[in-house]
Design a protein around this ligand. Structure first.
Ligand SMILES: Nc1ncnc2c1ncn2[C@@H]1O[C@H](COP(=O)(O)OP(=O)(O)OP(=O)(O)O)[C@@H](O)[C@H]1O
Ligand SMILES: [Mg+2]
Length: 400
């Protein structure tokens, strides 16, 4: 089934190929799923406009969004082990094949998990334009931002969730940051293991602490930069729109290295952190883990108009703040890259009152993104029905 191409979007792909300019937006034009969660076989063809998935609970809406999220880097929007994504009654693996207007023009992307590789922690296969690639390479082609119900507790929950949210922004702005993030994490785990193995060799600690200090400063600098850019964009939008449909957020980054970096040069901050790690060895040994560092940083969010920490806001207010943040993130990626990312919004419409829902649809059309939205009630989407592709999802089948 091919959804009707709308005038607004028609010719976008061809124009890009002819002029070699960055495409306006990333969008999926064809998607095929095999043995992916509840889908045995499913195939859809799409145009660049927003996509609305309507269906009962358990019909497969979030599964479809999750498949789309795997066209980018990372572990998908639920962050689950790949083995869990293989259809239970299937052949043991899963496959997602798509044609996508990517940052580098139209490209075929395939990703999957081969039957037999059931062990936890195994990677997925990735093919871009017919060539085997790493998962990290996908981030250079397809960027996405997402909001799912599991993120509802972002402001009240643990700092690690907010840090992950922030690092996804960092990666969206600079996919190359995956390396220092991975390097820091590996070095820290090894350092923690030394404590657990009762290892005292100073040379071993020094090597790992050096890697942690170097990668840590790169991470902290990228986080500060991302928060600064997002803050500037939020401020700009507030000035231009005078309030806007979603309350603006005031962001602050709390962390040892981030604080150091806002006061000193990168070299000084790196030396200071290396020294801190060295001096903290006894304390960390007692705890069997590294107590201080960028792996403990936190993103503090304040409801701007009310000047209240987001954690103390009502659940509706928190949802609106989150949505505002996610849309600002999409807008920032677009401003920096010239190409809008995919926007995946799971069960968002149902939690907004009518005026906010209309404002959300207005923002999606203004940003010109291929937003994927889900809901159980088709009526909720009537204000955007003319400008979107509405698909009905039912027991692993998708119909236009
Ligand atoms: N690996 C799997 N194999 C088979 N079925 C699966 C697998 N993983 C999940 N499912 C099933 O897929 C179904 C659809 O799940 P999904 O989360 O997409 O529903 P949904 O349409 O988003 O529902 P809701 O409106 O409740 O959020 C569920 O019934 C779930 O049990
Ligand atoms: Mg769902």
């Amino acid at each position: 089934m091919r959804a009707r191409a709308r005038g607004q979007h028609s010719g976008e792909a061809t124009a890009d190929k002819e002029t070699n300019l960055a495409p306006q937006r990333i969008f999926v034009s064809a998607l095929k799923l095999t043995d992916f969660r509840s889908y045995a076989n499913a195939k859809i063809d799409l145009n660049a406009s927003p996509v609305v998935l309507v269906g009962d609970n358990g019909s497969g809406k979030t599964n479809l969004l999750e498949a789309v999220s795997l066209l980018g880097g990372g572990h998908g929007l639920r962050g689950r082990p790949y083995a869990e994504l293989c259809r239970r009654e299937g052949h043991g693996g899963f496959a997602i094949a798509a044609t996508v207007m990517s940052r580098h023009g139209e490209v075929d992307i395939g990703t999957g998990f081969l039957p037999g590789t059931r062990e936890e922690g195994a990677g997925r296969t990735v093919r871009i334009a017919g060539k085997d690639q790493s998962t990290g390479a996908l981030a250079d082609y397809v960027q996405h931002v997402f909001l799912i119900p599991a993120m509802d507790g972002l402001f009240t929950g643990s700092a690690s969730e907010r840090r992950r949210f922030l690092d996804r922004l960092v990666l969206a702005l600079n996919p190359k940051m995956r390396k220092p993030l991975g390097r820091y994490d590996r070095a820290m785990r090894q350092r923690n293991r030394l404590f657990q193995m009762r290892e005292y060799s100073a040379a071993l600690f020094e090597g790992l602490e050096e890697q942690m200090a170097e990668a840590g400063v790169t991470i902290a600098a990228a986080r500060l930069d991302a928060v600064e850019r997002l803050t500037a964009l939020i401020e700009e939008t507030r000035e231009a729109q005078g309030g806007g449909p979603f309350p603006h957020t005031v962001l602050a980054l709390h962390g040892t290295l981030e604080t150091e970096l806002s006061m000193r040069s990168a070299t000084e901050a790196e030396d200071a952190f290396r020294l801190l790690l060295e001096e903290a060895r006894d304390r960390d040994r007692a705890a069997s883990r590294t107590i201080e560092g960028p792996h403990r940083s936190d993103l503090l969010v304040v409801h701007g108009p009310k000047n209240t920490p987001a954690s103390l806001c009502s659940s509706g207010e928190q949802k609106a703040l989150l949505l505002g943040l996610v849309l600002a993130k999409a807008e920032l990626v677009k401003a920096l890259e010239g190409t809008s990312p995919l926007v995946l919004l799971d069960e968002v419409a149902a939690h907004l009152d009518q005026s906010r829902r209309e404002a959300l649809f207005g923002e999606i059309l203004r940003l010109g993104v291929q937003a994927w939205m889900t809901g159980t009630d088709r009526e909720l989407f009537s204000p955007i029905a003319q400008d979107a592709q509405i698909l009905a999802v039912n027991q692993g089948k998708i119909k236009s």
